[in-house]
Design a protein around this ligand. Structure first.
Ligand SMILES: NC(=O)c1ccc[n+]([C@@H]2O[C@H](COP(=O)([O-])OP(=O)(O)OC[C@H]3O[C@@H](n4cnc5c(N)ncnc54)[C@H](O)[C@@H]3O)[C@@H](O)[C@H]2O)c1
Length: 494
């Protein structure tokens, strides 16, 4: 199977748009096809809309953003893509027909995946050529922020296709969950449907409003679910004996039963109650407004979970570690000792980095200098394993000076110098340059202190780390001191 540089999309509605935003953000080019030409502007809007929240998800160094092209010609898309994701409406015959056509135009080593919410992969791959490269890859809305993707193979799906898909979705920061056996609705939608069916019954029977039922989740189980899920949470509910006690205590009510298995009839009255209930909950806020609110808290929740290395936060942490590692590896390949400093960062001004003047905004300078420091530290052995051993460098002082502006999309690089190093401290100097004219955009001077993170106090760095940092310092001693070194902020007098 191929290395994925270009993702092909068939269908660019809510889900296709979400896939486009996620793939582009993580450096994959996207060629998107839809029957309706007007979907092009909709798609661009959807991608731009997703960018706000996506850009806050992580500050790890990302690859250059992918480029987006749109076409109404399915064949043009199929011949350019290394991996194809189908996102057309949930109709079995339509999907079968379009997947068969796609498979005639896409080379056989191109994986084709369907976003179907519940159709069976064996049914979908029935008329395809090279059906072994087909699988279901079911995402969740908003695709650009939720990492879960269920991978389901059909009778003809090969292990290689499943593995290639696993690799691709991991590369775009997702959590692929391999479903062992195809079943209608896969895993998550079966669970969601069970809950939704009960909601419809309770509203239909006049027991509760949509708002009250949402409260019953939001203030309780919803908070637990983000990190642990129903089973582990129930294990805790059983006290010392865990799940066994839980089943003994609450198992009998499953037989009463509390809940109903048949969905209620969707009468006009029930539909009205559901619509009126949710409109009241929306309280006049538009769908766009509510989406922004949802996206903001989804980003914030994942960042909190990252601290606990759990659930979606563990995925985010693993993605960041990989991004920093890749960044440092590229820097190692590039960096040559001596010269005007180590060229540890090659980047560009991402569009979301600019302020209202159209220039790179203040906080991003520290981010770029931080990336240079990270790459330097990793190159001397201060990596994830080092930090896990309870040792790290903390920033104790930073001073940024600004030379000239950098505009959106401007290519940049950083030269880094080790000015001083002793057993506990490293004094660094970074110079950020525009690539097109070498102009000095900004400098960052920083002092780092080596810390025992368990004791919370300064400690001696590993002697090998110290030796490597000192060796870099030695190769740079012939360089003239930077003009900005030791500057302070203040107005010159007289
Ligand atoms: N909406 C969700 O929450 C969600 C979540 C997960 C999975 N899914 C699945 O994703 C798929 C798409 O759902 P959606 O909500 O994005 O639908 P949508 O209606 O928003 O988008 C479907 C798009 O497909 C296009 N289309 C229709 N026929 C086409 C064809 N023959 N060739 C090319 N394009 C065509 C339409 O013009 C439209 O833009 C469905 O299978 C759905 O079950 C949806």
């Amino acid at each position: 199977m191929r290395r994925v540089k270009t993702l092909g999309l068939l269908g660019t509605g809510v889900i296709g748009g979400g896939w486009a935003a996620r793939a582009l953000h993580f450096g994959i080019d996207v060629v998107a096809a839809d029957v309706k030409p007007e979907m092009e502007s909709w798609l661009c809007g959807a991608v731009a809309n997703a960018e706000g929240a996506l850009s806050r998800l992580t500050f790890a160094p990302l690859p250059r953003k992918g480029t987006l092209t749109f076409t109404t010609d399915l064949n043009a898309m199929a011949s350019r893509a290394d991996f194809i994701q189908e996102n057309i409406p949930e109709q079995l015959e339509l999907k079968q027909r379009m997947l068969a056509e796609l498979s005639r135009h896409a080379p056989p080593d191109v994986v084709i995946a369907s976003s179907t919410s519940g159709l069976m992969p064996s049914d979908l791959q029935r008329d395809m050529q090279a059906p072994e490269r087909f699988l279901v890859a079911h995402p969740f809305n908003p695709v650009y922020l939720l990492p879960l993707v269920e991978l389901v193979g059909g009778q003809k799906t090969s292990e290689q296709a499943l593995d290639a898909a696993d690799l691709f979705y991991t590369a775009i920061a997702m959590h692929p969950l391999k479903v062992r056996r195809e079943v209608p609705g896969h895993l998550t939608d079966r669970l969601q449907e069970a809950l939704w069916r009960e909601i419809l019954h309770l509203v239909n029977d006049g027991v509760a409003t949509t708002g009250e039922l949402d409260e019953s989740i939001v203030y309780g189980p919803g908070l637990r679910w983000a990190a642990m899920g129903t089973n582990l949470i129930y294990h805790l509910a059983g006290g010392e004996t865990g799940m066994r006690h839980m089943l003994r205590q609450f198992g009998p009510c499953l037989k009463w039963p509390w809940t109903k298995l048949e969905a209620p009839e969707l009468t006009e009255e029930l539909i009205d109650r559901m619509v009126e209930g949710t409109q009241e909950q929306a309280g006049g806020r538009s769908i766009r407004e509510l989406e922004r609110l949802r996206d903001d808290y989804l980003v914030a929740i994942q960042q909190v979970l990252r601290q606990y290395d759990i659930g979606a936060g563990a995925t985010l942490r693993a993605v960041e570690e990989r991004l920093y590692e890749e960044h440092a590896a590229a820097a190692r390949d590039r960096a040559t000792p001596g010269g005007a400093g180590l060229r540890l960062v090659e980047t560009y001004v991402r569009p979301e980095w600019v302020d209202y003047n159209g220039h790179m905004t203040d906080s991003r300078y520290l981010q770029v200098f931080g990336d240079a420091t990270d790459a330097l530290f990793r190159s001397v052995g201060v990596d994830d394993a080092y930090r896990r051993s309870g040792r790290a460098f903390y920033t104790v002082e930073s001073h940024v000076t600004h030379g000239t502006e950098a505009e959106a999309l401007e290519p940049l690089y950083v030269l880094t110098r080790v000015l001083e190093v002793d057993e506990k401290r490293v004094h660094l100097f970074h110079a950020l340059h525009r690539r097109h004219d070498e102009a000095l955009v900004a400098t960052g001077e920083q002092m780092y202190l080596h810390v025992d993170t368990n004791a919370g106090k300064a400690s001696l760095m590993d002697s090998a780390v110290h030796a490597k940092l000192d060796a870099i310092r030695t190769t740079q001693t012939g360089l003239a001191p930077p003009a900005q070194q030791g500057r302070r902020v203040g107005m010159s007098r007289g």
